[in-house]
Design a protein around this ligand. Structure first.
Ligand SMILES: Nc1ncnc2c1ncn2[C@@H]1O[C@H](COP(=O)(O)OP(=O)(O)OP(=O)(O)O)[C@@H](O)[C@H]1O
Length: 543
């Protein structure tokens, strides 16, 4: 966290400096009041006017310094948010998929908004506020000791010092309650996202039940918020109570000294002015310490995410021979992928067929490292994929390929990550006018299911990987579109294609070099189309 504060030290310095100058201008006012009572009335109108001008100078100075200090407060917030949110997004974007999938999108959203905001208001602001309050204490302390009375100042400072220990007593519980609330807020954001994502299912019949789902999690969230707020209020009220005791000590000290004739009326009046000003910064410090304590656990979690960067894996840049599944097992809930062994040769095209739930996508997901292997291994050119970054040689497209809220060109090239020029190479081989019409689409998310799959197929071609992994890529396309894209894919030279498909007619499958048949998590048959046609397993699957 210090590195963020260090990067912002310039703006923080200006903020703290001008808040100190503001305190100075405000601190002069009780002293002017003292002078008014002790000297002003007896020294004629000139002295009175002089005091009035000084007063005007003080309030004008306080307005200017307060404005500058507060503008720099916003600047600090802007700088902090820019840095930490960018770092957060980049850190998450570097995650391997399996680690990313450990949290839901809602939890990430909640961390990015709620936790970062909490860190800004409860941690960064609290540290800066403590610096500002120390500034104020020094200024008011100086005025109290030098211009008012050493004995009164001594009583106030001694009583204040005792109060600094109070927040420590409540720190642990406060931090735990805050963390419980932050975590629940993450779950709430996640649930709302989930329910609103399914908006098409919300209607007259379902509205009540879906509303109840929301109401239940909201009630839990607000209960945790309330529990945290209740305890924080107790901590803050305890601090205020202790501060009131400090005021009371000063009240006794002033009363006693005035009664004994050892201080003037002006000193008494000014003292009360200073007590307020001196005690407020202490109150702020105590509340800020509470905030720091409360944000401790959430800060730890957020920083762990930002700082725990995994060392990047070496990127494999070429594919020479084969992908080998060696006794690969995957366990997902009740499903088991039985030891899967197969060699996918460079440049060949493979189809994976089998009934729903037989484990076809799981094979692809294991290769893409989306799911963990429970045993065995997968190697590419003899190297274990767990030790490699495969993004330069493998690209996978899914039936529901992610489509960003942007235009077609930014989507197909993933914001120009892939060279857009590749589109010209394929335009002649698609239905006339199709590519031109897609190119002009400004909202890719509004495209039809088939058009989105066309976009996904074109995205794969622009990515131009050595190994193309496709999970039912044509399910939503019409027959003509499917045929064109399939032809295009199959004509790509030197590409290794592994495709999950539900199309099992011979004419279609003949385009592949080898066919793998899956059933109940097992590879039950594999071979060239001619070999497969004669097997019972194929007859069963196609039957
Ligand atoms: N993350 C997961 N947690 C628990 N079970 C899972 C998970 N992912 C997949 N499964 C289960 O694994 C089984 C195999 O799923 P898989 O997607 O590989 O089947 P498939 O053959 O591709 O099916 P389909 O043709 O319907 O897409 C299914 O029963 C599925 O519910």
């Amino acid at each position: 966290m210090w590195r963020y504060l260090k990067a912002l030290k310039g703006v923080i310095f200006v903020q703290v400096l001008f808040s100190g100058l503001y305190a100075l201008t405000i601190a002069c006012i009780p002293y002017l009041q003292k002078m008014l009572f002790d000297q002003g009335f007896g020294s004629g109108t000139h002295a009175l006017l002089g005091l009035a001008f000084l007063y005007i100078g003080c309030i004008a100075g306080s307005a200017v310094t307060q404005y500058i200090s507060q503008v720099y407060e916003w600047k600090t917030a802007k700088g902090f948010n820019l840095r930490i949110k960018n770092d957060f997004f980049r850190a998450v974007a570097r995650y391997p998929y399996r680690r990313f999938a450990g949290k839901s999108v809602g939890e990430y959203l909640s961390m990015l908004s709620n936790d970062v905001e909490m860190l800004e208001t409860q941690y960064v602001d609290a540290i800066i506020d403590i610096l500002k309050s120390i500034n104020m204490l020094v200024v008011y302390g100086f005025f109290l000791f030098v211009f008012i009375d050493v004995r009164i100042a001594g009583v106030i400072v001694a009583a204040s010092l005792v109060s600094v220990f109070i927040p420590k007593l409540m720190a642990g519980r406060l931090a735990r309650l805050r963390l419980a609330y932050q975590e629940q807020l993450g779950r709430y954001t996640d649930k709302v996202k989930d329910l609103l994502d399914g908006f098409k299912r919300i209607d007259y019949v379902t509205r009540g039940a879906i509303g109840d789902q929301h109401a239940a999690i909201l009630a839990d969230t607000e209960q945790k918020h309330y529990r945290f707020g209740r305890f924080k209020t107790l901590a803050n009220v305890t601090n205020s109570f202790v501060m009131d005791i400090v005021s009371l000590s000063a009240f006794f000290a002033v009363g006693y000294l005035y009664y004994r004739g050892q201080i003037t009326v002006g000193t008494g009046i000014a003292t009360f002015g200073y007590i307020e000003s001196f005690i407020y910064p202490i109150k702020y410090i105590l509340n800020d310490i509470n905030s720091l304590n409360a944000s401790k656990e959430a800060k730890k979690n957020l920083l762990a995410l930002l700082e725990e960067s995994e060392s990047p894996l070496p990127c494999k840049t070429s594919f020479e021979q084969a992908i080998e599944f060696q006794q690969t097992r995957v366990a997902l809930g009740d499903f088991r992928l039985e030891p899967f062994t197969y060699r996918f040769e460079k440049g060949k095209k493979y189809a994976l067929i089998g009934p729903s739930g037989s484990g076809k996508s799981t094979v692809l997901n294991a290769l893409m490292k989306y799911v963990p292997q429970s045993a065995g291994r997968i190697v590419i050119d003899g190297e274990d994929i767990e030790k490699l970054d495969l993004s330069r040689i493998v690209c996978c497209i899914h039936q529901h390929e992610p489509i960003f809220a942007d235009d077609f060109l930014n989507n197909v090239s993933v914001f120009r990550s892939y060279p857009i020029g590749g589109l010209d190479k394929v335009s002649g081989r698609l239905q006339s006018g199709m590519l031109e019409s897609l190119r002009s689409r400004t909202d890719a998310q509004a495209m039809s299911g088939g058009e989105k799959q066309m976009l996904a197929a074109l995205r794969l071609m622009l990515a131009d990987p050595c190994i193309c992994v496709l999970d039912e890529p044509f399910a939503a396309m019409d027959a003509r579109m499917t045929e064109q894209v399939q032809k295009l894919l199959m004509s790509l030279e030197n590409k290794t294609i592994i495709m999950v498909t539900h199309k099992i007619d011979r004419r279609y499958l003949e385009q592949f070099d080898e066919i793998l048949c899956m059933e109940k998590g097992r590879l039950i048959a594999a071979g060239t189309p001619e070999q497969i046609w004669g097997m019972d397993s194929y007859a069963r699957l196609s039957g």
